[in-house]
Write a protein that binds this ligand. Sequence first.
Ligand code: HEM
Length: 478
Amino acid sequence: MATSPSGLPIKTIPGNYGIPILSPIYDRLQFYYFQGHMDYFKSRMTKNNSTVLRMNMPPGNFISPDPRVVAVLDAKSFRVLFDPSKVEKKNTVVGTYVPSQSLYSGIRPMAFLDTTEQLHSSLKSFSFHLLASRKSHFIPAFHKTYSSLFDSVEAKLASSPVEFNSLNQIAAFDFTCDAFLGAVPSEVIGPSASKKAAIWLLFQVHPIVSHLSKFIPWPIEDLLMHWVPLPPFLVRREYKALEEFFSKAGESLLEDATSKFGLSRHVALHNLIFMTTFNANTGFKVLMPTIVKWLAHAGEELHNKLAQEIRSAVKSSNGEITFNALGKMELTKSVVLEALRLDPPVENQFGHARMDLIIESHDMAFRVKKGEMICGYQPLAMRDEKVFENAEDFIPDRFVGDEGKKLLEYVYWSNGPQTVVPTVGNKQCPGKDMVILVGQLFVAHLFLRYDTFSAVHDGMLLLEPRMFFKSVKKASHK
Ligand code: HEM
């Protein structure tokens, strides 16, 4: 038997694509409505007894040209997707479907660009500049927005459980824009600002989401959302409002983009909109309810430990949440990473093989042909039992201490290992550090304010768990 360079036996990739057109449609219904994402991947992995296999990736016909992928579902094979010399990531951010450029005023935002495209490098440098130059605003902007969110939770809790997601949708967009631009969209555009952003988002991702509303029967939803693209002109008004807001509030960043990074104002503006609204805001829209879900699941004992760690770190920073104080919150950080490990907000990554490749799982190797689409599913890769003990369980202190830190190499939520740094030469999320910081800020605010809380998980919204706060117990001492 032929072997890979590291000595693993090379095997034919198991799995198949079924009958053209019919199987991809059947698979789509399984993925969205009957099996769900996790079971869709897991059942095929089990059936083929392999973590590298051929399968269709929804949405499939007719909205995407080719649903056939090679799925990589363990912690080792997944890593091929992080190697820009092996995979091309042009137009792969939403998967096998490519949204119309009309949604972005005719440009292709950075997330759609491959590392070999010159513009990718200039735009990524601009994103680093944005994050570095605005870093001192992150903590105050978060405090302002999320203190007010918790005021609302408390006020509403007096009468009934409070849905967190709708409050967080507004807060995430206000916070992100305030942090990046120093302007609050719900004040400038009005109370519908975050809804406008959400509608624009829907026009980009509708083929890859389901369960938009419990009032729409699934066959109707499938027909409306998964067969043809929604026409971009229907969202022009919403996008125009965002464009005006970013154009004014982002003036000084846009000047930097042209003078320091050689970008045209047009390209910089629409990238600024995309980066803030799609990348960052959507990420936070999903991250916070995910953290609430796991904290609620873990219960009071963990809450006590977190409260202790957070309050003592803040006390030693003169009663303020500072970068220094956050640096001392090891358990808090581990909780955020564990939530991201179990429920990464961006589940799938994609890339085309740049050349004929050999992909290795833990015990086998497989040949992939140049041009084939490789698709990773993070929730399985990060629950790989060969790497993580009790991989399905939420273990709050999993990443604490030296042994815990060794596991960071297998935490992939940012489209790269947690131990790797985003650069202009890779496709790793430039917001990687900010995301952990914001997750920590969220947990810190919760437990500075409350000794404990309870919340229930009631199904899924588009991308995130729907969470209801049921009770909060105010902090007994700070
Ligand atoms: C919870 C929050 C976030 C999550 C889960 C997340 C996740 C990701 C992932 C998985 C990718 C790679 C997508 C792919 O190519 O397959 C990515 C790329 C990207 N993210 Fe994030 N992100 C988050 C927040 C942010 C923030 C705060 C920023 C702010 C600047 C940001 C900006 C970007 C950009 C610009 C890219 C494209 C990078 C490139 O093309 O090289 N993201 N993010």
